[in-house]
Design a protein around this ligand. Structure first.
Ligand SMILES: NC(=O)c1ccc[n+]([C@@H]2O[C@H](COP(=O)([O-])OP(=O)(O)OC[C@H]3O[C@@H](n4cnc5c(N)ncnc54)[C@H](O)[C@@H]3O)[C@@H](O)[C@H]2O)c1
Length: 269
């Protein structure tokens, strides 16, 4: 009887190269750690050269894998377009593209303030970083991903790319929610579906939509968020590690065009 490959084998990523765009961030670092644990070489791409190098060095120290740090500002088309070649110059291949860079800065003026004050300039930046750079990197990585034999793209959406905000959870806080964020994340999810049917069968494309990660929020917000979540808590970065490893590896070799929602059930009712 043939039982197929073991789960252990299906999740191995030896000899594969993974690009993590936004890899110096919270979820990016932890997701990269999961892929490195399964044997992938890791390329961290982020706006900060220092943070990217620190994450790359830590992953090599933790897992003995090859790593590379690339500084790029995703608002700069020339810098974005240069990324794939820089990876090919060092590794000669690209197998996995994970895009999870996004503007999430609550301090940014004209972004998460009341709708009347949200600025077109920040809206454009949000679309550029969250969505247009994903489009450009999908184009730039396409040929190596086709050659890979296991090519896969994973784009990070959000619950706010699926449903509108419930403003009641923000009551009593100075937190907000940007229309440009929601529009860019809805765009990312649909871009993934479009790419999935366009690039099949050689490259798989999926999106992953997280719910909110707990980062020392006010108790009132945290409790309101947890109460609206069937699993009764906010997420931790670790909650996304398995989902990224699943979509990146042969564990999901028959999955394309899917939006994997990892939100504790937030969008289920
Ligand atoms: N944290 C959450 O609660 C949450 C919820 C839903 C979805 N998400 C999504 O998950 C992904 C990761 O979120 P996170 O919490 O790890 O965010 P994060 O801010 O910790 O990481 C994002 C990374 O993107 C990088 N980045 C931003 N602008 C850039 C630019 N112009 N050029 C290059 N790099 C740039 C940042 O430097 C940062 O390292 C994002 O796409 C976010 O929208 C997060």
């Amino acid at each position: 009887m043939d039982y197929g490959r073991s789960l252990h084998e299906l999740s191995r990523l030896d000899d594969r190269v993974a690009l993590i765009i936004g890899g110096a961030g919270h979820i990016g670092r932890v997701s990269a750690d999961g892929l490195a644990e399964r044997g992938a070489s890791i390329v961290i791409v982020d706006i900060s050269a220092e943070r990217s190098q620190a994450v790359a060095d830590e992953l090599t120290a933790r897992h003995g894998v090859k790593t590379l740090a690339i500084q790029a500002n995703l608002e700069n088309e020339t810098e974005v377009k240069a990324v794939p070649q820089k990876v090919l110059d060092v590794f000669g291949r690209i197998d996995i593209l994970v895009h999870l860079a996004a503007i999430v800065d609550p301090e940014l003026g004209g972004w998460t303030c009341r709708f009347e004050d949200q600025s077109p300039a920040q809206w454009r930046r949000g679309l550029e970083i969250n969505l247009t750079s994903a489009f450009l990197l999908a184009q730039g990585c396409l040929e190596p991903l086709r050659k890979s034999g296991h090519g896969t793209m994973i784009f990070f959406g959000s619950t706010y790319g699926i449903v509108g905000p419930d403003w009641s959870i923000y009551e009593g806080t100075d937190m907000g929610n940007a229309a440009g964020y929601a529009a860019s994340k809805g765009g990312v999810i649909q871009l993934s579906r479009w790419l999935a049917t366009t690039l099949a069968p050689s490259v798989r494309v999926n999106s992953l939509s997280p719910g909110g990660v707990f980062r020392n929020h006010l108790d009132s917000f945290h409790n309101a968020y947890a109460n609206k979540t069937p699993l009764k808590r906010m997420a931790s970065e670790e909650d996304y590690k398995g989902a990224v490893a699943f979509l990146a590896s042969d564990l999901s070799s028959y999955v394309t065009g899917h939006n994997l929602v990892v939100d504790g059930g937030w969008t289920a009712w």
